[in-house]
Design a binder for this molecule. Structure first.
Ligand code: FES
Length: 102
C-alpha cells in the first residue's frame, strides 16, 4: 500500500476535480463540500473517462460517453444495482491531498 500526494489543499476547488496518474492508475480526485474523494477514471461500462463528466445532484458524476451515473463517494451506480466504479481512499495530511493505492 502506498500513499501518493496528488494535490495541495485548496488546489482543487469545491465542486472541482483533478485527473491524476498514480502508479499507472488514472484517477479523478474530487472536492465535494471540502472533502476529497477519488474514483478510477475508467467507466465500468465501456471504459469511458467517467471522472471527467458532469457532476449532478451534488455528489454524482455522469460518464460523458453514455451517461451512466456513479456516486463519487461510494462509486455505486444509483441506476444499476451492483455496478460501481472503483474508489480509492483519500487522506489529507500536512496540507496535502493523498490517494491510497493498494
Ligand atoms: S463508457 Fe461510461 S457510460 Fe458508457
Amino acid at each position: 500500500m502506498q500513499e501518493v500526494t496528488v494535490a495541495k489543499v485548496g488546489e482543487i476547488k469545491q465542486g472541482g476535480r483533478k485527473i491524476v496518474n498514480v502508479a499507472g492508475n488514472i484517477i479523478a480526485v474530487f472536492n465535494i463540500a471540502d472533502k476529497y474523494y477519488a474514483i478510477e477514471n475508467v467507466c465500468p461500462h465501456q471504459a469511458g473517462p467517467v471522472g471527467e463528466g458532469e457532476i449532478r445532484d451534488g455528489d454524482n458524476v455522469v460518464c460523458p460517453l453514455h451517461e451512466w451515473m456513479f456516486n463519487i463517494k461510494t462509486g455505486a451506480s444509483p441506476e444499476f444495482p451492483g455496478i460501481s466504479v472503483k474508489t480509492f481512499p483519500v487522506k489529507v495530511e500536512g496540507g496535502e491531498v493523498k490517494v491510497v493505492i493498494d
